[in-house]
Design a protein around this ligand. Structure first.
Ligand code: NAD
Length: 555
């Protein structure tokens, strides 16, 4: 019997009281146990032939593919696969439907988002089951997607008209030039999304594109297509014309470039490597692109941090969705003076987590999504240990819970050139580093090609803001890991450096789906010599006017 199996056998039958990342830690927890409530729904109860038949009507595809659940490896559904001709057909349909949608008043378009918001909250149980089955995540982490999508639906539902409405701007010549800035939809947006947040990063990110009057052709990851298709149906039920939302499915390297080839704008979320390919395709066609890419996010526990709260926050920040979250924390810098107290609590909380596959609340962490993810996690941990890192918690797979489960893992003594030090693991693995000097830790946190998210823990808000402003990351959370900034949908979210281009949320998250159009109406006098002025007099008149405009501080 291997160590892993021995530990699995010893812990699988143990039961512990319910825990959550903010609850007190049960005494004596040694390793994560399996959470397995007696009566829970199964994949067969949820993904019935009727459900699949209903959902696949949304796909333009003539081939055959399938998806699977990471919980057991079983096939979930047979799905259509799209050929390049199918992708062209999907764009043709979307293009035909888009002008009527763009002509619909913005308030009516936005009202669809508000109805979608209500329907999603009402029918959340259905999609929580699908998200869990397709991604293998714990139900609480699936619910984070419902929260994120409803926040975005409400925000753009309420604010779209203000973001998109005509704006008066100062003209070249005050009073004589009347300027209106308009926002025109791009046309048909091609959206390519990953598997890790299949509701939020598919339909959630498409909501502002629709509010701005675009049609969308979406390519979700095939393994999580049912979630995206379910949300498409719900959006149609909320009033979106079905033809403006087309879905294509298939292999990323085959179908993805076809989407880029036809789109008027590309919205991509996924790895930095694929993002570069997508950017090249968009550049060749001179269409705009937004790229939400990878990260190697740092959390800084300053010497005045509340270590109890920081330890609970670190569990959420590192292990939500089994760390398969672009904004989750993989590097943890702790001030030397609080490192022992923090680590004692963080390790205890991590060991008390419950792993599970049930379609019910109660597990603290779910599965990895695929073999490739598990291989990366195992490779990163094994290589680090072989080169001298110490495992403070976890460090083993848990096939007793499910074929792709891996324990939440804390590593100490990690240093270059261990892969886990600089590469994105995208799994439940965090490395702990101690520091003594704040300037030095800011430098170390910034020493990565990525710049997506960061987290700072301190009791002093001003100090937190000062440190945050020196971090090269698109979002920084103070006394939280990632949710505070991500959920604040009025403000932009996205990556610096290799973590991306462009932003979701806020004004940038909707205006990127538009083309700015400036309409200038010249009145009374042309921008040319007039009223008998010769060229020289006109030039002198304009020079005087320019000086006057600056003196009056006209904008
Ligand atoms: P991925 O890049 O492999 O795939 C993303 C999507 O692109 C999938 O739909 C895939 O089928 C498609 N694709 C693959 N090859 C393509 C190609 N040549 N052209 C066009 N499309 C192609 O990424 P993944 O493994 O699915 O997702 C994990 C990565 O996504 C991680 O790096 C993670 O950090 C990142 N991510 C970033 C954010 C963010 O908001 N910044 C959010 C979630 C995930």
């Amino acid at each position: 019997m291997t160590d892993t199996q021995a530990r699995a056998n010893a812990t699988a039958s143990t039961s512990t009281p319910a825990t959550s990342s903010s609850a007190p830690v049960p005494p004596g927890a040694t390793n994560p146990v399996a959470f397995a409530p007696a009566a829970a729904r199964t994949a067969a109860d949820v993904v019935t032939p009727e459900v699949v038949a209903q959902l696949v009507r949304g796909v333009v595809g003539s081939g055959r593919t399938a998806n699977h659940t990471p919980f057991t490896g079983e096939r979930l559904a047979e799905l259509p696969e799209s050929t390049p001709e199918d992708v062209a057909e999907a764009f043709a349909r979307a293009r035909a439907a888009q002008p009527a949608w763009a002509a619909t008043p913005v308030r009516r378009r936005a009202a669809v988002l508000l109805r979608f918001h209500d329907l999603l909250l009402e029918r959340q149980a259905e999609v929580l089951d699908l998200i869990q089955l397709e991604t293998g995540k714990a139900r609480l982490h699936a619910h984070e997607e419902v929260q994120a999508v409803t926040l975005a639906a409400r925000h753009y539902g309420v604010r779209a008209a203000a973001y998109l409405g005509p704006k008066r701007r100062g003209g070249a010549v005050p009073a004589l030039t009347k300027v209106t800035e308009l926002r025109q939809p791009r046309g048909v947006v091609g959206q390519i999304s990953p598997w890790n947040y299949p509701l939020e990063l598919s339909v959630g990110d498409a909501l502002p594109a629709f509010a701005a009057g675009n049609a969308v052709v979406m390519k979700p990851d095939t393994e999580t297509a049912l979630t995206a298709l379910w949300a498409r149906d719900l959006l149609v039920e909320a009033g979106l014309p079905a033809e403006v939302f087309q879905v294509v499915l298939g292999d990323g390297p085959v179908v993805g470039p076809e989407v880029v080839r036809h789109a008027d704008y590309v919205s991509f979320t996924g790895s930095t490597r694929t993002g570069r390919e997508v950017a090249k395709g968009a550049a060749a066609r001179l269409v705009g692109v937004s790229l939400e890419l990878g990260g190697k996010n740092a959390m800084l526990v300053l010497r005045d941090a509340d270590v109890e709260k920081a330890a609970a926050g670190a569990v959420r920040a590192c292990f939500s969705s089994a760390g398969q979250l672009c904004i989750s924390i993989e590097r943890l810098y702790v001030h030397e003076s609080v490192a022992d107290a923090f680590l004692e609590r963080f390790v205890a909380r991590t060991k008390a987590m419950r792993l599970g596959t049930a379609l019910a609340y109660g597990a603290d962490m779910g599965s990895l999504v695929g073999e490739r993810q598990l291989e990366t996690v195992v490779r990163h941990v094994e290589e680090a240990v072989a080169k001298g890192a110490e495992v403070l918690a976890g460090g083993v797979a848990r096939p007793d819970v499910g074929p792709l489960f891996y324990e939440p893992t804390i590593l100490d003594g990690v240093r270059e050139p261990m892969a886990v030090c600089g590469e994105e693991t995208f799994g439940p693995v965090v490395s702990v580093y101690r520091f003594t000097d704040e300037d030095e830790v800011v430098e170390r946190a910034n020493a990565t090609p990525y710049g997506l998210n960061a987290s700072v823990w301190t009791k002093d808000g001003r100090r937190g803001l000062a440190v945050a402003s020196r971090l090269r990351a698109g979002t920084v959370n103070i006394n939280e890991g990632y949710g505070a900034a991500y959920g604040s949908v009025q403000a932009p979210m996205g990556g610096m450096k290799d973590s991306g281009l462009g932003r979701r949320h806020g004004s940038e998250g909707i205006l990127k789906y538009t083309e700015a159009q400036t309409v200038a109406h010249q009145r009374l006098m042309p921008l040319a010599p007039s009223f008998g002025m010769d060229d020289e007099k006109y030039a002198a008149f304009m020079s005087r006017s320019l000086r006057l405009m600056k003196a009056l501080r006209l904008r």
